[in-house]
Write a protein that binds this ligand. Structure first.
Ligand code: KIV
Ligand code: ZN
Length: 509
């Protein structure tokens, strides 16, 4: 008999992760991520907060109706209206869960909720009971649990379980805990709540002190059976516990933790890439598990050791977390089958139509660039999959003049349903600012640049530039990405990608 404990992986990329500034996603993107999470093998996915907006409601409902093989969860505050709305969104799921939360710490009670302890306990019980009326899989979270008085935390948790909660989550909402403190808190709940054996203890750590993964592991050691986490650790402020790190820590140090998860680790890198390209939040190079340098050995002494015996300096194999084994070089003569094979190896599932479009771009690129690396293929695919919404505005041609000591000049032609529009401007502080002016004047939209990044997709001076742009329009944020061997063109494509999302939304309204 195995004494391994199974740890439930509760992914909240689509809820807490989406709360990262600039990470909001549209319906199509949320569904794509939900399907990737199901393939990754998460046990529970928190698909959103249905009361928050029509968009959130629609996304949870669509995911609940279509994604199978995992439990679909929706978040609700502890009131009838939120809980009813969450259930309305979730009822089509094969395995639904309602997640009810209510703050319990003195700071939240006094300043946010203006409620007494007794009122909090009653509200928690009423909320859980209402949710139990809809389904039998209920999670309760005492928000800011880590800063809640221990006696009171135990009292609320006991009452929530008695009311029917099947999972009790201990959130470190503000990322305040340290590993030893978190371990003690979980042990305290386990030892002092009399009915704790009727529920799974869950842990939800924010990363404000950079300790979210360490705190979650410490909670598991003390008896937590569920970890709440996000892909790439995205989330409010400094983010949440990173799924890929915590899963690989449990797996690599199984000798110590004696716990495992159902995660298919070979899907970690592709899922991380997907979330990064959809949210525009780049993964830092040295990020554990999924960063570009996570398995790069630079020091001579390390390389020498690796050549003699891989395990001298490597505790995990890159292919086990989903990195492609070799950076195979494609070129002008590579056919569609080679490209399709490479896309599959890199973790993308393309439809025949998507493959055809990527192949077209691939051939164009192969005329400009002799060697096409994995990074190029990923950039082309991501541009096709997430780069632009409908092309309401399309770049036809442009000329940009940048001068050391003078005004930039931009001449640009854009196409939309009404035909071509050409404009020349000689204003702005540099060529990118001038391009903004031209696009604003042609489209009639006011655009504020909130973030702009350009990076090379691969090595070499003929590498493709990947531009990513976050634009604010009428108080809302829109993203666009563009790829080209010419970074100015990549930038214009990214800018138009964001513009097309604005127009998409205007048409939908
Ligand atoms: O951080 C937090 O407290 C939360 C709760 C809703 C679980 O995200
Ligand atoms: Zn949170």
């Amino acid at each position: 008999m195995s004494d391994q404990r199974h740890i439930v992986i509760f992914d909240t990329t689509l809820r807490d992760g989406e709360q990262s500034p600039g990470a909001s996603m549209n319906l199509r993107e949320k569904i794509e991520i939900a399907e990737a999470l199901a393939e990754l093998g998460v046990d529970v996915m928190e698909a959103g907060f249905p009361i928050a907006s029509e968009g959130d409601f629609e996304a949870v409902r669509e995911i609940a109706n279509t994604v199978r093989g995992t439990t679909i969860c929706g978040l609700a505050r502890c009131n009838d209206h939120d809980i009813d709305r969450a259930w309305e969104a979730l009822q089509g799921a094969a395995s639904p869960r309602i997640h009810v939360f209510l703050a319990t710490s003195a700071i939240h009670r006094e300043f946010k909720l203006k409620m007494s302890r007794a009122e909090i306990v009653q509200r928690a019980v009423d909320g859980v009971r209402r949710a139990v009326g809809y389904c039998d899989n209920i999670e309760f979270s005492p928000e800011d649990a880590v800063r809640t008085e221990q006696d009171f935390l135990c009292e609320v948790v006991e009452a929530a379980i008695a009311a029917g909660a099947t999972t009790v989550n201990i959130p470190d909402t503000v990322g305040y805990a340290t590993p030893a403190h978190m371990g003690q808190t979980i042990a305290m709940v386990k030892n002092r709540v009399p009915n704790i054996d009727q529920a799974v203890i869950s842990i939800h750590c924010h990363n404000d002190l950079g300790l979210a993964v360490a705190n979650s592991l410490s909670a598991v050691e003390a008896g937590a059976g569920q970890i709440e986490c996000t892909i790439n650790g995205i989330g409010e402020r400094a983010g949440n516990c990173s799924l890929e790190e915590v899963v690989m820590a449990l797996r690599t140090r199984n000798d110590y933790y004696q716990c495992d998860t159902e995660i298919n680790a070979r899907r970690l890198v592709p899922t991380s890439r997907l979330v990064s390209s959809v949210t525009g939040m780049q993964v830092q190079r040295n990020k554990a598990i999924v960063g570009r340098n996570a398995f790069a050995h630079e020091a001579g002494i390390h390389q020498d050791g690796m050549l003699k015996e891989r395990t001298t300096y490597e505790i995990m194999r890159p292919e086990d977390v989903g990195f492609a084994k070799t950076d195979l070089v494609l070129g002008k003569h590579s056919g569609r089958a080679a490209l399709a094979d490479r896309a599959r190896t890199l973790g993308f599932r393309l439809t025949a139509e998507q493959l055809q479009r990527v192949f077209f771009d691939f051939k164009e690129l192969a005329d400009k660039k002799k060697e096409i690396y994995d990074g190029d293929v990923v950039a082309l695919i991501e541009q096709q999959l997430h780069g632009t919404a409908d092309e309401h505005w399309k770049l036809v041609t442009y000329e940009i003049l940048s001068r050391h000591d003078g005004q930039p000049r931009v001449r640009m032609t854009l196409r939309n349903g009404g035909g071509d529009a050409t404009l020349e401007v000689t204003e702005g502080d540099g060529p990118i600012d001038a391009a903004f002016v031209a696009i604003e004047q042609i489209t009639g939209l006011s655009l504020v640049c909130k973030d702009y990044q350009v990076r090379s997709a691969t090595i070499g001076r003929d590498a493709q530039g990947e531009a990513s742009m976050e634009i604010e329009h009428e108080g809302r944020s829109y993203r666009g990405v563009g790829v080209s061997t010419d970074t100015i063109e990549a930038t214009l494509k990214a800018l138009l990608g964001a513009v097309n999302r604005i127009v998409d939304e205007q048409h939908a309204a």
